[in-house]
Design a protein around this ligand. Structure first.
Ligand code: GLA
Length: 386
């Protein structure tokens, strides 16, 4: 970890001239497969990356919270009993949101001096916001003896983002940040919250995951994301008339039977969710057999479904798919996260990684796209606090 606790600890000490009482760290994520299925109560297969946000804090005797955000070189303060959304400093809303959600749940909290430092790329679709929420909540859980379970930590972090920050996300990002494990993907049923860790041993199979950060602004993502969520909800209402309770219970035949009732858009949204759920199950199966070639094919298929049926891709993310599909050492590639910009992932043979990155750089230039940024990530540990 680049920003190790000792570095963060020393920065806190320099800044406040006292030691922190709690050091909390939570990772960002990639999603291997299972996109736009979480809020549809389906299957996902994300994994933590070895990039984290750390939140360090010491309690105060009053109810003032002072926070320094190292990345933005900005500080902000607020009061525990007066929590309002900040228009200027968006990052502080993730901290305030956690206080807000805990206050609403009836927990009694006090003020803090706090410090945020991390190495997750921001605004890249790698869930730095979920990592911040989880690291703050884990810290407050410890400092104020709240005894919250890990599941509750994931759920309340999501609630802060939904109801305070105002982003209508599902549970995947917060859940994997809490429950993820090193060198493991997390297979989660978002309907039941039953989960299983599945080994993702890239290193010993000579593979890398390359993150391709398109640097495309994700302005549209919130409104289009909500639209997709409404559309898939409407599609499900139609399927429910045939007796299924959720998308997981629906199969291709049922979908085809309802095609005319749905109309083209709802049909395609539903087709994505149904087939993506099937791909997650299949991905878990092939991963257990260490069949990375088959896994790669599923990633390519997922991208096509997201591009054509769910319509959440963009030309820059599609370039990752087309280059990946033709490049010998790339086993699979797809957009990861919400889409509409943000990042994609590619499963690439280690020895071919530099050549793959160079090829994509050249192709991006030929297309006159914004210069993308590449990250080689490892599958990291879930959140921890000390
Ligand atoms: C964002 C959301 C997640 C999930 C993905 C799409 O990352 O935060 O909850 O819905 O998009 O799979």
């Amino acid at each position: 970890m680049k920003n190790s606790f000792s570095h963060a600890h020393n920065r806190f000490l320099d800044f406040y001239n006292k030691k922190p009482e709690v050091l909390s760290s939570a990772p960002g994520r990639i999603n291997i497969i299972g996109e736009h299925t979480d809020y549809n109560l389906g299957f996902v297969l994300p994994a933590c990356i070895d990039r984290n946000i750390q939140f360090l804090a010491k309690r105060r005797t009053d109810d003032r919270v002072s926070v320094w955000a190292e990345h933005f070189k900005e500080s902000e303060h607020f009061f525990v009993h007066d929590l309002r959304v900040s228009k200027e400093k968006k990052w502080v809303n993730y901290v305030k949101g956690i206080f807000w959600v805990l206050e609403r749940e009836g927990y009694s909290l006090g003020g803090l001096d706090a410090f945020i430092i991390g190495d997750i790329p921001i605004e890249s679709g790698l869930s730095s916001s979920a990592a911040l929420e989880v690291s703050v909540l884990n810290a407050l859980n410890k400092l104020f003896y709240l005894s919250l379970s890990k599941e509750k930590i994931a759920r309340l972090s999501r609630k802060a983002e939904n109801d305070f920050v105002g982003v209508n996300c599902g549970l995947m990002d917060q859940f994997v940040s809490v429950f993820g494990k090193k060198n493991m993907a997390l297979f989660l049923d978002c309907g039941t919250l039953i989960y299983e860790h599945v080994p993702l041993l890239l290193e010993e199979h000579g593979l890398n995951i390359v993150v391709y950060d398109s640097r495309v602004s994700r302005e549209l993502s919130a409104s289009e994301y909500n639209k997709r969520s409404l559309e898939s909800g409407d599609a499900l209402k139609i399927l429910k008339i045939s007796g299924v309770k959720n998308f997981k219970e629906a199969d291709n035949d049922l979908l085809e039977d309802n095609r005319d009732k749905m109309g083209d858009i709802l049909y395609r949204r539903a087709r994505h969710v149904i087939t993506e759920n099937q791909r997650v199950i299949e991905a878990v199966r092939v991963l257990k057999e260490r069949d990375f070639h088959k896994l790669g094919e599923l990633l390519f298929e997922s991208h096509l479904s997201l591009r054509d049926d769910y319509e959440v891709s963009c030309p820059e993310l599609d370039l990752l798919y087309t280059v990946g599909k033709k490049f010998g050492g790339c086993l699979g590639a797809r957009l990861t996260g919400a889409g509409f910009g943000g990042s994609g992932i590619a499963l690439v043979e280690k020895a071919q990684t530099d050549a793959f990155i160079n090829k994509l750089k050249r192709e991006s230039k030929n297309h006159k796209f914004t210069v993308p940024v590449f990250h080689e990530v490892k599958i990291g540990e879930g959140a921890y606090v000390q």
